[in-house]
Design a protein around this ligand. Structure first.
Ligand SMILES: [Zn+2]
Length: 482
């Protein structure tokens, strides 16, 4: 018996030794090297001025029926700022959203598309802003204002790069399409119409580059290097309405299980025991594999040995970080509710709205079904208000993805280039009918404050980040057309 115990102990020690060895030996890909891109202080200033003049035009998201004057102004502005693109590019008007093509001389890799929407979300009545959100102020090393980052920064960097190449006499080899939707933030149909148009004229794209991930620091515990997070997929988006009914009654002598009580029990049950499956799948597994070697112990041990620790991590991660939880499964957020019209009246009907972000492995239809079954247990009806399935997953590590990853890495030698799952949405997925390789990534370095300012107060983009991104786009185009 004693020997069996000793044998088991030896096995356990061996197992731990192997794990530790594996952890220590996790391969790092970052090598100290000079970046492939450089820029001058004069360029930095000029780029910042360009972005600033775009931020000054309040291209606020709007719904049908409102006027588009600011967008017309914006189009005029970009014609002034980018005269060579204006002169060179073919213009295809798609439902008021302009699609442009810089014709290529000798197609090699094939046509591709750079995207960056022109509409911005409102500035919330300037609440919390320390600068005027539409002044485009350049101060403290940044361009300030609504849209500086989302998404005029992306747009400006792309267009500045193309304009600069044209000015230098660069001959584009592959067709380069430029698209800037004016209704991304409201989920409008601009990108969809553009994709339909491309399909109708028989264009297939080798790659699409849109906003999404960025070059971020301090977003993961125990990780000190910047991460260039390339979004390869997007979760789905569903709005559900859960309604509980009852014959009423009097608030002075309430019966059991009134509508609001049943809704509350249901909501508490979903939070305590979410019906969704947690799983480590691509691109999340790819992301953990990429960043694990740079993490401090014990994250390095846990994420670097995912097959062994997955069961533990599935339980622990969502409790430690809501973001990590969102990477592993469908999420459900209860966002709106209504009961009766008066404080002393029991509702004969009450409802609660839930925003669901379906995972790639369960999808929207299955996630809705799981919630619907849970709701039925409490006598609650489910209505689907809006449903969008998750995007497809762009293949990584091969072909065009490997090309982009290696070139981005050459430009950002201090950063780890990593696959990434978008928990939010972009316009780019609309191009799935004409493209298999959709990348959601702007090569801008963002601080924690800048990330938090997305759709919030004090949005800004560092002037150095804008210059770096411009040069990276320029480098990518040059490499793509080689
Ligand atoms: Zn955006």
């Amino acid at each position: 018996m004693k020997y069996v115990g000793l044998g088991l102990l030896a096995l356990l020690l061996l197992f731990v030794a192997v794990l530790l060895l594996r952890t220590v030996l996790l391969k790092k890909k970052i090598r100290p090297a000079p970046s492939a891109v450089l820029w001058t202080p004069e360029e930095e200033r000029a780029y910042a001025k360009t972005l600033s003049s775009l931020v000054k035009i309040p291209t606020l998201s709007r719904n049908q029926g409102q006027t588009w004057e600011d967008f017309a102004l914006y189009q005029q502005k970009i014609a002034d700022l980018f005269p060579l693109i204006d002169k060179t590019a073919e213009v295809h008007d798609v439902d008021g959203n302009v699609l442009r093509r810089i014709p290529g001389a000798k197609p090699g890799r094939g046509a591709w598309l750079l995207m960056g929407h022109q509409d911005v979300v409102p500035a919330n009545g300037q609440k919390g802003w320390t600068k005027d959100p539409f002044s485009g102020e350049i101060s403290d090393g940044a361009v300030w204002g609504r849209g500086a980052m989302d998404c005029k920064g992306t747009f400006a960097a792309e267009w500045l790069a193309v304009e600069e190449l044209l000015r230098e006499g660069f001959v584009f080899q592959n067709d380069l399409w430029l698209f800037s939707s004016r209704n991304e933030e409201t989920g409008g149909g601009g990108a969809e119409a553009a994709a339909e148009y491309l399909q109708s004229i028989g264009v297939r794209l080798t790659a699409v580059l849109d906003e999404g991930g960025a070059v971020v620091t301090d977003q993961f515990p125990g990780l000190s290097v910047p991460v260039a997070a390339i979004g390869l997929a997007e979760k789905g988006f569903v709005n559900l309405k859960f309604t509980a009914k009852s014959p009423g009654g009097h608030a002075a002598n309430p019966p059991k299980n009134t509508p609001l009580v049943r809704l509350s029990k249901f909501v508490a049950s979903v939070e305590k025991h979410p019906p969704f499956k947690r799983a480590f799948r691509q691109p999340v597994t790819g992301m953990f594999a990429a960043i694990a070697p740079y993490m401090s112990f014990p994250f390095r041990l846990l994420l670097g040995n995912l097959p062994i620790f997955a069961p533990l991590l599935k339980r622990v991660l969502p409790a430690v970080s809501p973001m990590a939880g969102a990477f592993l499964s469908t999420t459900a957020a209860f966002t709106q509710a209504a009961g009766s019209a008066a404080p002393n009246v029991l509702p004969d009907e009450a409802y609660i709205i839930c925003n669901v972000r379906p995972s790639l492995h369960q999808g929207a239809a299955e996630s809705v079904d799981l919630l619907k079954k849970r709701a039925a247990k409490y006598g609650i009806e489910t209505e689907v208000l809006f449903l969008k399935e998750p995007s497809r997953l762009t293949p990584y590590d091969t072909g065009i993805a490997a090309f982009f990853a290696s070139r981005v890495s050459a430009c950002l030698p201090d950063a780890v280039v990593s696959p990434y799952l978008m928990t939010g949405g972009t316009d780019s997925r609309r191009f799935e009918p004409v493209c298999d390789n959709i990348f959601r990534f702007t090569p801008t370095r963002l601080t924690k404050q800048q990330l938090a300012a997305m759709h919030a107060a004090n949005e800004n983009l560092s002037v150095s980040a804008l210059a770096e991104a411009t040069k990276i786009y320029k480098y990518l185009i040059g490499e793509y057309d080689k």
